[in-house]
Design a protein around this ligand. Structure first.
Ligand code: GLC
Length: 478
């Protein structure tokens, strides 16, 4: 199969969240199974062109509404996959990936140029798989503008929703001024969402298949409360909508081979390995070990991740002797709140604002429990990695967390892998952390659960097979 993956960030070239990991891991699985895969993403300034031997391939013109702009195409080959990078210095020669006033325009250019890339590199895709709002308009462009192009005669499209909170909400004039699409698509509702033009809605309407990143989140997206407004449009596409859970890259996150942690460990020496990681992290952060349970959190610090809950709940566990390590960056008031918590409990709390792979791995290894009090979580990757390191998730029962953590009910320590709570409020997280403290003192059950967690299978193999099943179903339609 010829598969094109189109996304705004793909590992290892650019990453701000789980999306980058997912697209790269999936692409590698497809490649291993003998498919031809290309990855298409923007050429950001931050990309390390020397390390990845990025070469300039050529330039073509892109019609962006009434204007004509040049797309500079770069290429790199990573893990036997061809990466095509769409460059325009004005749009992508900036310090960050997102967060600019003209993001809508930047990714409009990206999407149009990505659709035009196939002719330029002479690639005839069987599947164009687009991810999130930045690429979600491509199925619409293919159907409305390229349907007579023989290159796409047997092309099918798939949209994966990683984060429904971002819908690519644009002024309706974008339809004509940027995409050269008729206003009718807005008038008849195909691309309209809450009186704006939404690229995500357009993707849901036009893609041949839609997926999201866990079965539970699929179910949530079909309900009024859990769908962030998308339930009616998704209900319309229900039969073509699947939930497939993410995996983790087992080569990157494996305590048996991890070079970042002081003592590598498997099931047999888990207790020693985790004790060494704990001692080293406590020492590095200048804290004092009081023997209490260690809670860890590695996360973007945004409202979605429940950091506000942590700020109000953690003090109860901390005052009973727990320890806490947090790594991440994001909203300033949450970063500041964490710093205040550290000042309140200076011997028990370690905060690292920013990102460091080394520090993240150390936290996974040192933690007894991993906090994920998310408001919503389409899949979540942290809890899966934590399990691999024997850090039991203490997490809110939402989205993919439900599909990847087996909740402890006091009697099922032989199968459980973590502790789930339901309510998104201070009481919910306090309850979860308190259950964790009780479990920590029940050594037999605690160790058993750590073993279950480390043994859980979260490889990409099965999920990649499910995605390929979705593709095959489409190819069979021809
Ligand atoms: C988004 C979601 C997260 C998911 C990731 C990768 O970041 O918020 O839950 O794991 O995408 O699919």
């Amino acid at each position: 199969m010829n598969i094109a993956m189109v996304a705004s960030e793909i590992n290892p070239l650019a990453k701000s969240g789980g999306l980058a990991d997912v697209v790269f891991s999936l692409s590698r699985e497809y490649r291993k199974k003998g498919n031809k895969v290309i990855c298409v993403m923007p050429f950001y300034k931050s990309i390390d062109t020397c390390k990845y031997k990025v070469k300039h391939l050529g330039t073509y013109e892109v019609d962006v509404g009434w204007r004509r702009q040049e797309a500079d195409i770069y290429k790199a080959r990573i893990s036997n996959i061809d990466f095509y990078l769409i460059g325009d210095y004005y749009y992508f020669g900036r310090d960050g990936l997102y967060g600019y006033d003209d993001d809508g325009e930047r990714f409009a250019f990206f999407a149009i140029a990505a659709r035009n890339l196939f002719g330029f590199i002479d690639f005839t895709p069987d599947i164009v798989h687009v991810h999130d709002w930045q690429a979600a308009i491509i199925p619409c462009l293919l159907k409305e503008q390229s349907k007579n192009d023989p290159r796409f005669a047997s092309t099918h499209t798939v949209l994966t929703i990683h984060n429904p909170a971002f819908k690519g909400m644009l002024d309706p004039h974008f339809l004509g001024d940027f995409f050269n699409l008729p206003m009718d698509l807005y008038e008849d509702g195909s691309v309209r969402f809450e009186d704006r033009f939404s690229t995500l809605k357009a993707g849901i309407y036009y893609a041949d298949k839609i997926t999201t990143v866990s079965p539970t989140h699929r179910a949530e997206l079909l309900t009024e409360e859990g769908s962030q407004g998308l339930c009616s449009v998704l209900a319309f596409r229900k039969d073509d909508f699947t939930g497939i859970v993410n995996g983790v890259d087992e080569a990157e996150f494996n305590p048996r081979k991890d070079l970042f942690i002081p003592l590598r460990y498997g099931l047999k020496n888990m207790a020693e390995g985790k004790a060494a990681a704990r001692a080293s992290l406590i020492q590095k952060c200048g804290l004092k070990d009081n023997g209490g349970p260690v809670f860890g959190m590695v996360s973007r610090l945004t409202y979605q991740k429940g950091v506000d809950l942590l700020l109000s709940s953690a003090k109860f566990s901390l005052s009973r002797g727990a320890m806490l390590f947090v790594l991440g960056s994001g909203e300033a008031h949450l970063e500041w709140g964490l710093e205040q918590l550290r000042q309140q409990f200076p011997e028990q709390v370690g905060i690292y604002i920013g990102y460091s792979a080394e520090r993240a791995h150390e936290i996974y290894a040192a933690s007894d429990f991993f906090l994920m009090p998310s408001l919503f979580e389409p899949c979540g990757i942290g809890q899966i990695i934590a399990e691999a390191y024997g850090a039991l998730p203490v997490a809110r029962a939402t989205g993919g967390i439900v599909d990847t953590v087996i909740d402890y009910n006091g009697e099922n320590a032989d199968v459980a892998t973590g502790i789930l709570f339901k309510d998104y409020d201070e009481g919910g997280l306090c309850y979860g952390m308190y259950q964790a403290e009780v479990l920590y003192h029940n050594e037999k059950a605690f160790r058993l659960m750590q073993h279950n967690a480390m043994k859980a299978n979260h490889s990409w193999k099965d999920s990649a097979e499910l995605y390929l099943g979705v593709y095959r179903e489409l190819l069979a339609r021809n």
